[in-house]
Design a protein around this ligand. Structure first.
Ligand SMILES: Nc1ncnc2c1ncn2[C@@H]1O[C@H](COP(=O)(O)OP(=O)(O)OP(=O)(O)O)[C@@H](O)[C@H]1O
Length: 254
């Protein structure tokens, strides 16, 4: 892992009108790590993700990704930078009128000059990489189970061979076995592709199974960041409850 963070957030403030979501938020994401982002509902996990990828304009502070500040780039430079990450949104956000293969090809069409034949071959490769059977590519999202839809959304997030992957609650709504399969897949992909993963989750099992470090959001900023063992020692009621409460104990078998 290099010392230079892949994402560097300093003194971030975000707001919707008078409603301040983040204030004085600092966070570094290290290259090659899977960092879990947790915190109470509505604390701003998804908004933080959106701010990093440029979908939510910060009210103050700075966000650097790959050493660049998005708002300082011209449109071409920004598109080049955006190609280096993939995002899987909370609901998967697949286009319902496109097949899985066509969904995966959307970013390729937008960002590359690859011809249809190559796009198809690459899309099918991503579909397999995400753990789906090849024939899933010809199906529409409505023909897939929840777990398969998540994998299809993951395949699309991987379409451009990203270095950085953003996953917003990837296991929400999945049964525990399917969720565990997804966790394993994320870990395998991180290892084999050398990805850095920014993973928003409520799922304690996912944290234990996949994350190198965890950042706890609350009170508009990062309350604590560290390994699970480090966070267990943090003297904050929500953090204590999260890791020491019944769900946290069940996940560790303590
Ligand atoms: N488009 C929007 N317009 C106005 N307020 C918004 C918008 N998006 C998010 N918010 C507000 O920002 C705050 C943080 O929302 P966010 O979705 O990031 O929370 P979260 O931590 O991801 O929650 P959850 O765990 O429930 O998904 C909430 O108070 C929410 O109401």
């Amino acid at each position: 892992m290099s010392a230079e963070p892949i994402i560097r957030i300093r003194d971030l403030k975000t707001a919707y009108g008078s409603h301040v979501v983040h204030e004085h938020l600092d966070l570094d994401i290290r290259r090659g790590e899977i960092i879990g982002i947790i915190g109470p509902s509505g604390c701003g996990k998804s908004v933080l993700l959106r701010a990093i990828v440029g979908l939510k304009q910060p009210a103050a502070g700075s966000i650097e990704v790959f050493g660049e500040r998005l708002e300082k780039l011209d449109p071409d430079e920004r598109r080049t930078l955006e190609r280096r990450w993939g995002v899987m949104f909370q609901d998967g956000a697949l286009f319902s009128n496109l097949t899985v293969r066509e969904n995966v090809m959307v970013p390729m069409k937008e960002h590359t000059s690859l011809g249809p034949q190559l796009r198809t071959e690459l899309a099918d490769m991503k579909i397999r990489l995400a753990g789906l059977e090849p024939d899933a590519g010809l199906k529409y999202p409505s023909d897939l189970s929840g777990g398969m839809r998540k994998r299809a959304a993951l395949a699309r997030a991987l379409a451009l061979d990203p270095e950085l992957l953003f996953l917003d609650e990837p296991t929400a709504g999945l049964d525990p076995i399917t969720a565990a399969g997804f966790d394993t897949l994320v870990r395998q992909l991180q290892k084999s592709l050398g990805l850095t993963v920014f993973l928003v989750t409520h799922d304690v099992d996912t944290l234990y199974a996949t994350c190198d470090r965890i950042a706890v959001l609350g009170e508009k900023h990062v309350l604590a960041v560290g390994t699970i063992d480090e966070l267990r020692k943090v003297d904050h009621p929500w953090v204590q409850e999260y890791f020491g409460g019944p769900r946290g104990r069940a996940a560790t078998g303590h």
